[in-house]
Design a binder for this molecule. Sequence first.
Ligand SMILES: NC(=O)c1ccc[n+]([C@@H]2O[C@H](COP(=O)([O-])OP(=O)(O)OC[C@H]3O[C@@H](n4cnc5c(N)ncnc54)[C@H](O)[C@@H]3O)[C@@H](O)[C@H]2O)c1
Ligand SMILES: [Zn+2]
Length: 344
Amino acid sequence: VNEIVVSCSAGEYPIRFGELGDAFLPEPENAFVVTDRHVDSAWGHAMPSHAPRLVLEPGEASKSLKVFGDVHDWLLSLGADRKSTILAVGGGVIGDLAGFVAATYMRGVRCVQVPTTLLAQVDSSVGGKVAIDIPDGKNVVGAFAPPSEVWISCETLTTLPERQFINGMAEVIKYGLIADPTLDAHLSSHTWSANEPDLPSIVRRCVDLKRDVVERDEFDLNGLRATLNFGHTVGHALEAALRYEGLLHGEAIAIGMIVETRVAERIGFAHAGLAHEVAERIRRVGLPTTHELLSQPDTLIPLMRKDKKSEGGSIAMSLIAKIGECKLIPSVPDSDVVAALTGL
Ligand SMILES: NC(=O)c1ccc[n+]([C@@H]2O[C@H](COP(=O)([O-])OP(=O)(O)OC[C@H]3O[C@@H](n4cnc5c(N)ncnc54)[C@H](O)[C@@H]3O)[C@@H](O)[C@H]2O)c1
Ligand SMILES: [Zn+2]
């Protein structure tokens, strides 16, 4: 069977690969579909026609306390009960929101994740983290709540806007850089698009790498899960400084991976030239390699200190020592970060 099984403290759940229509077979009785308008226009025809469907506005703004409450109201008004199943069909926004609703509605109901963006397929749908945002912080309210099943259908990626596809490639490249030199080499040998026949095997490989990490550090405690955060100390600071407008997450972490590898070189953790190699991979898929905000370390450094990996006020980064090897460094000198940001 084409599936990967993830073990977690709550038990285990399968990640299955196949056509979208098969995700809903057998159609669970008592199922409730949560999706967004873009996904509904493109793939609504493949969703179960008898299940009630809530179509939300696309975008991060839907990961709010307000919409979180609205989804609960909707479920209750339609008589959803503890035996109901939520089908979360969409990108990471829908997955995080509907996954968190599933964790809390009547103290928890089943949730099938059907990720429809590359980013959601290789990252957010796997690992059990679900959350919503509050005005002053992203993913502040949430839970560890593993799905009951994940269904990945790469055909859904054919309707994804190109920028969103490329955005997901940043996380794909990240997996090669932090954990898999073979994947890294494979990525450089193709031009990637939703129609590339090798894409499903790449997605599968990324999912399996994430499975391995989250199984060994389910609750983000021993530094291993933090390696998935390579590029994210700088990336999150960029996103926050731009108030989550302007750069998509993958674009921000792409720039972050380059800057952080410059830090790794400076502190002698990585060999000279590695940041250049990282930048080549980023450029190759059409992701940005720099941003004007990098010249403003006074804006970015305080945001990096607020990173969830940071302890005791110093800047923490998950850095690569070479391709395929990553480690959480709890404290990197500010001066090296400033120099790496500004390219000094
Ligand atoms: N839980 C986790 O571990 C985790 C990990 C990474 C990211 N996230 C979260 O994921 C979110 C970002 O996810 P995303 O990048 O998937 O963004 P998204 O859900 O906003 O989707 C991006 C855009 O693509 C559209 N779309 C989705 N699937 C489509 C399809 N098949 N065809 C056409 N359009 C489609 C959406 O409507 C949206 O406009 C963030 O909120 C982030 O915090 C969570
Ligand atoms: Zn990420």
